[in-house]
Design a protein around this ligand. Structure first.
Ligand code: C2E
Ligand code: MG
Ligand code: MG
Length: 553
């Protein structure tokens, strides 16, 4: 072989292996001279109308020996066509003309080179698809992050809007029209948004029915209008379904301090969480108050582990009082956070900890300390009452919950009847089943359970009839006052009589006045918890209170 051949050949190999994708134009340009050197007469990089051509599909590129005649498939056709999926190249020879050994070897070398290059490029393509697309062919979060990163590197992030949205009631749509059509609807909704955005925006899927957009800020209105509700066709008959979404929106304007993609992501996630859980607006724009709240949440989450280790969380006890006698019949353990000399109330930190699983650690910490206190009081021969501990709904996902609770109580050797677990109502069927399992399990162990804050949220009769509670705690918002006295009175009376009929102990929370105490007595609610008797007290004050005996009326 001549030096010229080797030079060209090397150049060809280098070029082809550097290619990230098979670029037909480029290949033809390079392959033609190399083939000449290899002795392959010509390359036909075009359609070739033969029956075989039709059978193999259009758009093939053939490497041929000759033209104008009928062609036969030559060596390595299959390997080359399979490897070069998109270009489908084949090495042909003219019919009726035998190849010499030399020609055969050259053609073979050529097809091997093509095969190597093509399989590498095919692999790269597959890898690229896997990295940037999901199984349903939506661009994925990697694609989004890469795009955001590139915008950042080019200094073009400002002037865009990021939107994170979750399709509303999509499982219901799936149920109503079937999963397959549901998929069609989802594609329809996303494709039509992408069409509206054109080259001014990008829609990617984060997973499930969560999607994320980055678009020129001039498209913000278009996006939010689309998300508020768009009718999508799901069959040829023209049947349509209305699709809408909850969304968090971050307008990245001149005031935005952009350092990295996570600056956008953190904000858009927190806005979309407010939209999903806030219960008011479906579309929430990230604001400066939200920013402050986010900073506070991050600060609290950062210091939580240390605070827990330092014993900054204190247990306060609020007495539960039997109104007929003035006796203390129980207490609720309520958390206080002593931080930097201040006492922080639960409403300022519980919602934050509920965003992560920190709340579970805190609840176990509370139960552990309550049990230690009860053990100490028992050992000192003091009077002891049943103490209730609040448990966040976040625990419901934990399948070891029951065992963990029991092992904490038993570690302190506290008789089970001194412990009551307060749980709030649940919203989903799954949670309801878990709640039932947990309450029944506690019941079997002789541990009391109460449904907390009954009357706000989604109280249902199933909640009372299907779950074996011991106690129902009626929320303070249900205590009749002022104008709504008559309606609330009726509700209150019925709740009390229904609960009693079901054999449940009733407690009213938030009783503040003598008038309310009288009302409770008149309506058959004998146990109350409220500022009228005592606020939540530190441990020593609570013990003093217990030892002082009955409240004087
Ligand atoms: P909750 O479980 O419903 O507790 C009763 C709340 O009502 C307590 O608020 C208590 O101080 C307050 N309260 C009692 N009597 C009165 C009254 O007469 N008037 C008024 N206005 N309020 C009264 P607190 O201690 O601020 O706790 C608020 C909520 O934080 C609790 O509501 C509970 O949901 C949660 N929480 C407190 N400690 C814990 C805990 O250790 N774990 C969990 N998961 N949640 C906790
Ligand atoms: Mg409670
Ligand atoms: Mg309550």
């Amino acid at each position: 072989m001549s030096k010229e051949f080797y030079d060209r050949f090397e150049c060809f190999i280098n070029t082809i292996t550097e290619m990230r994708e098979v670029d037909l134009d480029k290949i033809s340009g390079i392959v033609t001279p190399v083939c000449e050197v290899l002795g392959i007469a010509r390359i036909e990089a075009s359609f070739y109308d033969t029956p075989r051509d039709e059978a193999m599909g259009k758009g093939q590129h053939y490497l041929c020996y000759d033209t104008g005649e009928e062609y036969e498939l030559a060596i390595h056709h299959r390997i080359v066509t399979e490897a070069l999926r998109i270009s489908d190249s084949s090495v042909f020879k003219a019919k009726g003309r035998e190849w010499s050994v030399n020609e055969r070897n050259r053609a073979e070398s050529f097809s091997k080179i093509m095969m190597l290059a093509a399989s590498r490029s095919a692999l790269l393509q597959v890898a690229k698809r896997r990295t940037f697309y999901d199984d349903d062919n939506y661009k994925n979060l990697n694609y989004y992050m890469k795009n955001l990163e590139t915008l950042g590197q080019q200094g073009k992030v400002i002037g865009n809007t990021a939107v994170l949205f979750n399709l509303k009631h999509f499982s219901l749509i799936n149920q109503q029209i079937g999963r397959e059509r549901g998929t069609v609807v989802m594609h329809g909704f996303i494709d039509s948004l992408s069409d509206k955005l054109g080259d001014k925006g990008l829609v990617c899927r984060m997973g499930g029915d969560n999607f994320i957009v980055i678009a020129d800020s001039s498209m913000t209105y278009t996006i939010t209008e689309h998300l508020k509700g768009t009718a999508i066709r799901y069959n040829d008959l023209g049947d349509r379904v209305m699709v809408s979404a909850t969304a968090g929106v971050v307008v990245i304007d001149g005031s935005f301090e952009y350092h990295s993609p996570s600056d956008v992501m953190d904000r858009v996630i927190s806005a979309s969480q407010s939209a999903r859980t806030g219960g008011q607006e479906d579309i929430v724009f990230f604001s400066s108050e939200m920013e402050k709240r986010r900073e506070k949440i991050m600060r609290l989450q950062r210091v939580f582990p240390e605070a827990l280790g330092n014993g900054e969380f204190l247990i306060y006890y609020q007495p539960k009082v039997e109104v007929t006698t003035g006796r203390i019949v129980g207490a609720e353990a309520l958390c206080r956070w002593k931080h930097d000399g201040d006492i922080i109330k639960p409403d300022d930190f519980i919602p934050t900890f509920e965003q992560s699983l920190d709340i579970c650690k805190l609840d176990f910490y509370m139960l552990d300390h309550v049990c230690a206190d009860i053990r100490k009081w028992l050992d000192e021969g003091k009077q002891v009452v049943r103490v209730s501990v609040n448990l966040s709904r976040k625990h419901m996902m934990d399948i070891d919950l029951l065992d963990d609770l029991i092992s904490i109580i038993d570690k302190h050797n506290v008789p089970h009847e001194y412990i009551e677990i307060e749980l709030t109502e649940t919203t989903t069927d799954v949670e309801f089943r878990d709640l039932k399992r947990v309450v029944s399990g506690l019941q079997k162990q002789g541990i009391y359970t109460s449904v907390d804050d009954f009357g706000i949220g989604y109280s249902s009769l199933n909640l009372l009839s299907e779950i074996p509670w011991n106690v129902i705690k009626i929320d303070k918002s249900l205590i009749p006052i002022g104008d709504d006295r008559s309606k609330k009175s009726v509700m209150f009376k019925y709740i009390i009589s229904m609960a009693k009929e079901l054999g449940l102990e009733c407690i009213s929370e938030g009783v503040e006045t003598q008038e309310q105490v009288d009302y409770m007595l008149k309506n058959g609610c004998e146990i109350v918890q409220g500022f009228y008797f005592d606020k939540p007290l530190p441990q020593d004050k609570f013990i003093q209170r217990l030892m002082r005996g009955v409240y004087k009326q």
